[in-house]
Design a protein around this ligand. Sequence first.
Ligand code: 13P
Length: 255
Amino acid sequence: MQKLLVVANWKMNPSAIGAAQRLTKAIKKGLQRVTDTEIVLCPPHTWLSAIKEELKKSKIKFGAQNSFWKESGAYTGEISVSMIKNLGCSYVIIGHSERRQILGETDEIINLKLKRALKGGLNCILCIGETLEERQEDKMAEVVTRQLQSGLKGISPFSLSRISIAYEPIWAIGSGTPPASPNEIMTAGLFIRKVLTGLYSTSVVQKLRILYGGSVAGSNAAFYIKESGMNGLLVGGASLNATEFINIVKTVSNI
Ligand code: 13P
């Protein structure tokens, strides 16, 4: 059985290096006794070096929030897989809904990024999830199926073992109103596994971790793991508060 995976997505925060260092220090201290949960911090690219320094001798891993699908060249503003690997990253988040919606990332782009990151040896967190409109039109299954089939196109079963899927219903992100019923998330999780079983063997799919993301807090974290059967969490806003993030991890860990 894989360990639970709890990932902090700091998004475009904090704006100063000192705050990033203090947050990392506090999280490291608060979680030093946690061994049964894999913890990954994903700060903005600019703070990766500082976070690497802070996390020396810690089991906490770190990753990037994005990487490009080419290795070098005339791609202004982009960051390659080798660059983030050289900074010590072992994870990268690919296809976050904010990148899909605000920056126009398509399933095809996400597929290219995923393949490049896997080739470079990174563990990937592939984000999927439907908008409020799609949910109201009862399209969760359709959207998630398309995102999985297109996003994972050409990815081998071996590479799938380095991917975790984060189900983040867009209507729940930053809303403070996550899904009220554990059934809703459980249904989505089971559906994701069913789609994957159409693409890969059952034994490969069984080992894959499915995370939930969207307004996760200390008060609801256990609900997603213990009642909805998720294998981890992708935490946004609450991961910027050390006490809250520590609480989330401790709530789902056996300590
Ligand atoms: P919030 O936890 O702030 O809702 O963000 C979720 C998210 O987008 C994590 O990737």
